[in-house]
Write a protein that binds this ligand. Structure first.
Ligand code: GLY
Length: 331
């Protein structure tokens, strides 16, 4: 079976890899630009990021989280998959009142939180441990997928899907999906920082509410620490003084030692958002399948998207888990 995948980000490459594993003849068209995966922190947090999501989306996220361990192992190289877990934290009393609504268990005392994560500030008032929320390094995942797929990847920006020249086209082009299909996907800007510090400064992924702002701090084994992210209804690429200030202030409030780290990268990415901020997954029309609009959850949702979209392409069967995510639902 001959399939073109349009989009060489984490979603397109994961689907292509699954199709190749099942014997399809796959060409991936990649526009050569970095997608949202390049700035993504790689939190695999169906719990920690679940606010406002529907039960169907939470089910999809949980199913994907369960698939991550074997998906990471299937890549055959270290992609930074880490199961140490996540701390959800709150600093002020108001932060606790807001954040605790999403916590799955009673709040831990600050002393217990600092046993788990000694670098935490004494100002952290409460939090919970989410042992099942893991992380992965999206840059390593994409590098591993690119290595596997090799010269099946063609660097070319398509203007129309006809240019793909295949009987079946999977559109997984993130924000670029809108121009190719007319589907309502908008860019939602996120500013993200990468710090560099001593390996071991932090053990856990931290997601927190600090003076009413959401922030996450994701430590990698090699000393990289990702701090994110703003969420702005904008499409520009400007790193703003205010964005960097807000992220650093919140992160240093949580972990004062972060002030000693090197500020290694300041980045902007665009999450592909949809009108309901849930993904578009399924058949758009004869010969065109869409897998896009993953908003804040592209890395988490990559394995389940790959499995279910590859099955759909190869067998014509739509898994019931996709029923709520039909690409035509806004028509
Ligand atoms: N998933 C984290 C973010 O979109 O900022």
């Amino acid at each position: 079976m001959s399939v073109a995948v349009v989009g060489g980000g984490i979603i397109g490459l994961s689907i292509a890899s699954r199709l190749v594993d099942n014997g399809a003849d796959v060409t991936i068209f990649d526009d050569g630009e970095y997608g949202a995966w390049n700035v993504a922190a790689g939190m695999l947090a169906p719990g920690g990021e679940a606010a406002f999501e529907t039960p169907a989306l939470v089910r999809l996220m949980s199913s994907s989280a369960e698939r991550w361990s074997s998906f990471a192992a299937s890549l055959g190289v270290d992609v930074g998959y880490d199961e140490t877990g996540t701390l959800s934290l709150a600093v002020t009393a108001d932060d606790v009142a807001v954040a605790a609504r999403e916590w799955p268990s009673p709040a831990l005392r600050p002393s217990r939180l600092r046993e788990l994560e000694p670098a935490l500030s004494p100002r952290v008032r409460a939090g919970v441990h989410r042992p099942a929320d893991c992380q992965v390094d999206p840059r390593r995942v994409v590098a591993a997928l690119r290595e596997r797929l090799g010269d099946r990847i063609v660097t070319k920006r398509l203007s129309t899907l006809d240019e793909a020249g295949a009987p079946t086209v999977v559109v997984a082009a993130g924000c670029g999906t809108a121009a190719l299909t007319g589907l309502p996907i908008r860019p939602v800007k996120g500013q993200v920082l990468r710090l560099r510090g001593e390996p071991g400064l932090l053990r856990h992924v931290i997601e927190a509410t600090v003076d009413g702002r959401s922030v996450y701090v994701v430590p990698r084994a090699d000393g990289e620490i990702v701090v994110g992210a703003t969420q702005e209804e904008r499409s520009d690429w400007t790193v703003t003084a205010g964005g960097v200030h807000d992220l650093l202030r919140a992160a240093i409030e949580l972990v004062p030692d972060l002030a000693e780290c090197t500020l290694a990268e300041t980045l902007v990415g665009h999450r592909p958002g949809t009108p309901d901020n849930a993904p578009l997954l399924g058949v758009l029309r004869e010969g065109v399948v869409v897998a896009a609009g993953h908003f804040r959850n592209g890395v988490l949702l990559a394995p389940v998207t790959a499995d279910l979209i590859a099955d759909l392409v190869l067998t014509g069967t739509t898994d019931p888990m996709l029923d709520d995510f039909a690409p035509g639902r806004f028509a």
